[in-house]
Every structure is written in structure tokens, then in C-alpha cells.
Design a protein around this ligand. Structure first.
Ligand code: F6R
Length: 354
């Protein structure tokens, strides 16, 4: 099978168009935000697997950029440990809108008189129909079992919902908005600029057996997703930590067959990351920085240089793209079909009505 015949890589390459589509249809998001807006609410974002990781990233924006009282939990935890405080708004992220835990969590929320907003690929699915409001992530169909464009799309929609719910001063609103509108163009540059590097990196990763992903802030959520892509498509053991957490125990894992993928943006985490990269390399690990800092990428043979001019706020979402590509090429290089991983279905249904 030729590389271009796999759905996964084609869907990864579609992401700039998906960003453009979402940004063109922001009125609906703004309308929903107006409808669910209540005084001093607490927001919960839920999901399973990739959809939970999308919740983690978007909630980081909600809290740190938009000053919303927002948190992300897996759907199952929402069911088992329901929040007691009101007023609440629940954002439920699910590509399929059929995952048992997420569906059940939204049903519970409705019984608790919590407003529910579905963020999903098809508003006619059960979750889309049952929630109070539904936001279509605008991806059309995703043929690959593994989530790629649906992941970045639901993250973006959920970030935008937070943006519309926020009470940001107009100057800050404008600043963030000016960055957001660049997403399709910069996304396109990322997609074109990193694919060859991701392919080479994946080839060099063949001699490695275990991987660690490191990121900070919203990039930690991006790493959770990057690692999940590698696990799902190539059945490889991966761990994920906030950057300096690696020193507190997992350093013991570092040896010659370990690859460490680190997201290194040009921000306050840079110096600490730079020191860590050196230390990890000195312990025999292969460090693979994904960065827009040339001093970092030029220092390591296996690195992925992100294009210049990416606003810091867009880096976490965009750094998912090279990680998706690395996972794809690593799996294909091992003779696996990343579109149809073993033991994986498009959504999981199980008894979850306890
Ligand atoms: C990841 C993946 C799964 C799903 C999870 C939730 O590539 O496919 O982790 O993200 O099963 O599925 P949805 O979003 O349909 O609820």
C-alpha cells in the first residue's frame, strides 16, 4: 500500500482546512456561548481517550487565558464523582457521540439540571440530539479509526467556546483573536514543513523501543495525544510527563533504547527544557525536540523544526501535527496499518449506566 493510500495521513494533512472551516463558522459557537452563559458558572469538559485529551488542552486555555473556572475530567469520573456545586455547564467532547461513558455522563448532567453542550462530528448522533446544544466540529467523515483531524477540531471548537464565554478585556480579546485567525495559514505551513522531518525522525526511531513524551502547559495535553497516537498505531509503550517531572523518578528509565519527544516552545520553559535535553542525552536516551527555536533543533540530530512565526498560544495545538505524523510513519515503517489498529474500534460501548 502506498503511504498516500492511508486515511490517517490524508486526514492529518486536512487539518488546516478544518481550522479554516471552524473559524468561518464561529457565529454558532458565539450563539451557544450566549445561551449557556450564567453568573459565576463552573465549566466541566469531559471525554474519553483523545476526546478527553482535547478537553485537557482546551481547559488549559479556559483557565489560563480566559479566566474561566473550568476543569477537564474523563467522562467516567464525571459519572462516579459528580460535582456538587452549581451552576455548571458541561461540554461533552466525542467524535462519535456514542461512547457509553460520555453519553451516560451527559444524561446524568441533564438529570442534575446542568446545561450540556455536545462537541461532536455529527449532530445527528445520540449525544448531539440529547444535549441542550450541539457544536459540529465540521470535519465531515473521519475514515481512520484513530482520531486526528477530529482531535484538533474538537480542541479548537472547545477553545473557541471558552473564548466566547470569557469576559476578556477587548484588547486581550483582539490579541488572541488576531492569533487565532492565522491558524489555517500557519497550520498549512506546519503541515507542509514538518512531514519530511517527521518521516525521517520515524525512520530513526525504528531502533528505539520505548518512548517518553514531555510537555508543559497545554503542550502536556498535546503530548498525551501524541503518545496515544504512537501507542494505538504501533503498540509501543509510551509515557507522558510534565517536563521537569521526568527528574522525579522516570529518569531511571533513560537508556539507549528510549526516545524522548519534547515540545520546546520559545517561552519560559525554554531554559529548563534545554538543560533537561542535555542531561537526558548524556544518559543515552535519544532526545527528539519539537521546537521553533533553531538553537534547540540544530543541536539534536533527531529533531523537528516548527516554522518561524508561530504565536506561542498556537504552538500546543500545532505541535500535535508532527506527533501525528511521527506516529503514522513509525507504524507504517513497522509494516502496520495505522488506519485499523488492533483491538480498537471507532467508539467503545459498554454497560455504563450505574
Ligand atoms: C483515539 C481514539 C479513542 C477515542 C475514544 C473516544 O484515536 O480513537 O481514544 O478518542 O474512544 O471516542 P469518541 O470521541 O467517539 O467519544
Amino acid at each position: 500500500m502506498h503511504v498516500n493510500d492511508f486515511h490517517m495521513i490524508n486526514e492529518v494533512r486536512e487539518q488546516a482546512n478544518v481550522f479554516a472551516r471552524i473559524l468561518q463558522n464561529r457565529t454558532l459557537i458565539a450563539n451557544v456561548a450566549r445561551e449557556v452563559s450564567v453568573r459565576n458558572p463552573r465549566y466541566y469538559a469531559i471525554g474519553c481517550g483523545s476526546s478527553y485529551y482535547a478537553s485537557i488542552i482546551s481547559v488549559f486555555y479556559h483557565e489560563h487565558l480566559f479566566s474561566l473556572d473550568s476543569r477537564a475530567v474523563p467522562s467516567s469520573e464525571f459519572i462516579w464523582y459528580p460535582p456538587s456545586l452549581n451552576p455548571l455547564v458541561l461540554m461533552a467532547l466525542s467524535r462519535s457521540g456514542r461512547t457509553s461513558e460520555t453519553l451516560e455522563a451527559t444524561r446524568r448532567a441533564k438529570k442534575m439540571h446542568i446545561s450540556t453542550v455536545a462537541v461532536t462530528a455529527d449532530p445527528s448522533n445520540p449525544m448531539g440530539k440529547e444535549c441542550d446544544y450541539c457544536l459540529d466540529i465540521g470535519i465531515g467523515e473521519e475514515k481512520s479509526v484513530v482520531m486526528t483531524k477530529s482531535f484538533t477540531a474538537s480542541t479548537l471548537v472547545s477553545i473557541l467556546l471558552g473564548f466566547e464565554l470569557s469576559k476578556l478585556p477587548s484588547a486581550n480579546r483582539k490579541e488572541f483573536n488576531d492569533e487565532l485567525v492565522q491558524l489555517p495559514t500557519i497550520g498549512d505551513r506546519v503541515i507542509r514543513g514538518v512531514e519530511d522531518q517527521a518521516r525521517t525522525t520515524a525512520e530513526n526511531m525504528k531502533r528505539l523501543n520505548r518512548f517518553i513524551y514531555l510537555g508543559s502547559g497545554a503542550s502536556y495535553g498535546a503530548c498525551l495525544e501524541g503518545a496515544l497516537k504512537l501507542r494505538e498505531t504501533s503498540y509501543t509503550a509510551c509515557e507522558v510527563y510534565h517536563i521537569p517531572e521526568i527528574r522525579h523518578g522516570p529518569f531511571a528509565l533513560l537508556e539507549n533504547d528510549v526516545g524522548v519527544i519534547v515540545i520546546v516552545p520559545d517561552d519560559k520553559t525554554l531554559n529548563q527544557s534545554q538543560m533537561l535535553l542535555k542531561e537526558m542525552a548524556s544518559k543515552g536516551a535519544t532526545v527528539i525536540p519539537i521546537s521553533n527555536v533553531s538553537a534547540i533543533t540544530e543541536s539534536y540530530k533527531n529533531s523537528i523544526r516548527m516554522p518561524d512565526g508561530i504565536p506561542a498560544n498556537l504552538m500546543p495545538l500545532l505541535s500535535v501535527i508532527p506527533m501525528q505524523m511521527v506516529a503514522f510513519y513509525y507504524a507504517v515503517g513497522r509494516g502496520l496499518n495505522p488506519d485499523l489498529p488492533r483491538n480498537l474500534t471507532k467508539f467503545v460501548t459498554t454497560e455504563f449506566d450505574q
